[in-house]
Ligand binder design. Sequence first.
Ligand SMILES: CC(C)(COP(=O)(O)OP(=O)(O)OC[C@H]1O[C@@H](n2cnc3c(N)ncnc32)[C@H](O)[C@@H]1OP(=O)(O)O)[C@@H](O)C(=O)NCCC(=O)NCCS
Length: 370
Amino acid sequence: MHDIYISGTGVWTPPHKISNQELVESFNEYVRLYNIENEALILDGSVKALEPSSEEFIAKASGIFNRYVIDKESLLDPTIMKPMIPARADDTLSVSAEISVKAAQEALANAGLEASEIDAVIVSTANLQRAYPAIAIEVQNELGIEGYAYDMMVGCSSTTFGISNAYSDIAAGKASKILVINPEITSAHNNYKNRDSHFIFGDVCTATVVEKNSTAPNKFKILSTKLKTQFSNNIRNNFGFMNAIESKNYTEAELLFIQNGRSVFKEVMPMVASLITDHLSENSLIPEDIEQYWLHQANINMNTYVIKKLLGDDFPPERAPNVLEEYANTGSAGSLIAFHKYNHLEPGQKGIICSFGAGYSICSILVERA
Ligand SMILES: CC(C)(COP(=O)(O)OP(=O)(O)OC[C@H]1O[C@@H](n2cnc3c(N)ncnc32)[C@H](O)[C@@H]1OP(=O)(O)O)[C@@H](O)C(=O)NCCC(=O)NCCS
């Protein structure tokens, strides 16, 4: 068995940043216009008046203060309330492939590799831009990579499941250097007219080089991965290619992200804490042996819950880095942004990269700084 490493990571951050203040101002203007337009129906009780959002609620309930998006202007326009981008011709690089290439180039540079040395590409994301041809094959073509490429989707755990797949492919001898890329354009699946979730998401693209016998100066040996899934409708997106043939006229809102956030919180948290504990004990480790936990970034209260279960009440914040304040929930990419930006492991120290969310899906990756 060869040693398999994460030898480089990259993060592409969109150019447009939106603060809670800007988002709430736009949402509340949308609410004001909606309530005026529907005044008569609201008065006769057939339509419910919408309620305003608040910066205080968002900060306290989620720990989110900002997010980056691919388009800000239309998203904040109270008469549009969604990002809008120009359509691209089939012979032009897709948006997902374009941002994938940018994140991949940083990951390759950090691994000290040329694209031509890579022999497989996995694009793994909560939302794929199209069914086929695979975005991964488009990226493979753009970067001039031989070998194979495929897309995969595991909701909020797509990034970690993708890294786990790369690890397995390398262990099985199918490839020796794999790029795992996670274009998360979450602003296209979020409902900016929904007060309960309009603040949750942000866009990003992350990339990871996974390789055997790496010579990169700064690398992390993957010691083991542990995966778990359990079906739940509490985080759901009904958008799909069958929509057009179903005997139902979907509203726009019905084809966007829907969640029962309270239930997610209650059901997923105990699963995450016990999966990490089990993963560690299978490797003869206890939570204190882990120097850093790069957890999924959906909600600061969730992460505090998990880390207190593992390390007790007085854990130093740098042991569980938080990127929610700046990036919000970036689908599956959050734990990797945290790993990329806030990593202080010394050689021999261990860390856990852990995602959790839609599916439900959880993946824990145990790494050691080489
Ligand atoms: C979504 C989430 C942030 C909501 O936080 P919460 O504390 O559960 O809040 P609730 O939805 O119970 O709402 C509490 C109150 O605030 C109100 N509220 C909701 N959104 C609001 C907003 N934007 N502004 C002001 N008030 C708001 C609610 O109406 C509710 O009022 P009520 O008590 O009078 O009924 C939280 O449940 C969460 O993050 N869950 C996990 C989600 C997750 O990880 N999903 C994975 C996605 S990939």
